[in-house]
Ligand binder design. Sequence first.
Ligand SMILES: *[C@@H]1O[C@H](CO)[C@@H](O)[C@H](O)[C@H]1NC(C)=O
Ligand SMILES: *[C@@H]1O[C@H](CO)[C@@H](O)[C@H](O)[C@H]1NC(C)=O
Ligand SMILES: *[C@@H]1O[C@H](CO)[C@@H](O)[C@H](O)[C@H]1NC(C)=O
Ligand SMILES: *[C@@H]1O[C@H](CO)[C@@H](O)[C@H](O)[C@H]1NC(C)=O
Ligand SMILES: *[C@@H]1O[C@H](CO)[C@@H](O)[C@H](O)[C@H]1NC(C)=O
Ligand SMILES: *[C@@H]1O[C@H](CO)[C@@H](O)[C@H](O)[C@H]1NC(C)=O
Length: 367
Amino acid sequence: MLSTFALLAALAFAAVRGAPSSAATPCTGTIASLDDVDDAVKCTVVNIMSFTVPAGETFNVELADDSVVNMMGDVAFGNQTWDGPLFQISGDNVTFNGNGHTFDGGGPFYWDGQGGNGGVTKPAPMMKIKISGVFTNVRVLNSPERVYSVSNPGPLVMSNLTVDNSAGNEPNSKSDGQPAGHNTDGFDVSTTDLVIEDSTVINQDDCLAINKGSNIVFQRNTCSFGHGISIGSISSGAVVSGIVIQDNNVIENDQAIRIKTDATATNASVSNVTYSGNTASQLRMFGVLIDQSYPDTLGTPGNGVQVSDINFVGSTNTFAVSSDAERVAVNCGEGSCLGTWDWSALVVTGGSAGPINNFSGIEDFSQ
Ligand SMILES: *[C@@H]1O[C@H](CO)[C@@H](O)[C@H](O)[C@H]1NC(C)=O
Ligand SMILES: *[C@@H]1O[C@H](CO)[C@@H](O)[C@H](O)[C@H]1NC(C)=O
Ligand SMILES: *[C@@H]1O[C@H](CO)[C@@H](O)[C@H](O)[C@H]1NC(C)=O
Ligand SMILES: *[C@@H]1O[C@H](CO)[C@@H](O)[C@H](O)[C@H]1NC(C)=O
Ligand SMILES: *[C@@H]1O[C@H](CO)[C@@H](O)[C@H](O)[C@H]1NC(C)=O
Ligand SMILES: *[C@@H]1O[C@H](CO)[C@@H](O)[C@H](O)[C@H]1NC(C)=O
């Protein structure tokens, strides 16, 4: 129940802001079940208590502008084969503080080694983030498939997050000897003005995948066991530019850095990507892979995606690959990798040299 004072204050606040429909009342709302959500999001402060979301339903939080959200306990999701998402949050200038609490996706219930390619339908993405502002201190445990899908309506900083799908590294009775978790991307991003920092991802697919967008910074993160830090796959019409990937640590992934463009894509581009101060060890397949033949790896490349200004500069990037891995492989279509690329701050050790196809613009690097 709102006091008259609170209501008047809210109306006055709304009038000043000139956006009555989106301003919240100065009160604290509490969510301890899905039934509480509609009332709680009318308040400027929303506290999420520990509860289990019923199977087959999205925990959907549509916030007023400038809201503050605090997790006060862990949230679990009932197990059911369906599309998801499990959690979705939207709003402008939101401060979301997980206080280290956990969203438990129930992964082992779904995992069959096939991810999105077959087997049971899995909720994906698990976490749909559509806020601007800050999203911090959240732990995700055992996502059924892909974890974060980010489409922020304004500048957003995501920090100090943990994705722990380490249990998915082990095979189970349904995965035919393969890791049970599959397609468990950490962050899938098609957006602008995003920073992801100081986070940890333990998974079985891309740590970060940028499909399109600009002004994206990925820094000081740790990625373990997955497919590295990726741009792509890039499909027709996609534009990626202004990307900074720095000071991350990649451990036991397929590769540290990958740019993959669809062989059949047209009218697309990747430009102005800067890698600085990243380290990687025990890479299973490549140190750096830039490949225009996706979904094939080092197959026949297409040339409909222009790739330019891909630079390893600033602090040295130091990657160590396994003995049967290739240090650097670049597979360009004819005339679609352009200009000169400064790779003076890249050192890759171990393994053997990979191919450099259809491009001679890499400067200050030899493998
Ligand atoms: C964003 O929200 C905070 C409250 O969390 C508020 O103090 C601040 O003024 C808001 N910023 C803008 C630009 O509206
Ligand atoms: C990051 O999260 C951890 C675990 O919840 C917490 O102890 C730490 O204070 C957080 N760091 C910051 C800078 O918020
Ligand atoms: C869903 O199943 C997984 C795996 O059996 C289990 O860890 C998790 O606790 C279950 N979730 C709920 C809400 O019961
Ligand atoms: C090329 O891609 C841009 C988006 O980047 C789109 O606006 C445009 O319509 C596309 N052109 C063609 C011919 O498909
Ligand atoms: C390249 O990207 C950086 C970082 O986003 C940006 O500051 C810079 O202006 C961009 N350079 C060009 C030529 O667009
Ligand atoms: C160069 O690119 C063309 C496609 O643009 C491709 O057919 C050819 O195989 C490529 N050459 C090499 C050596 O990969």
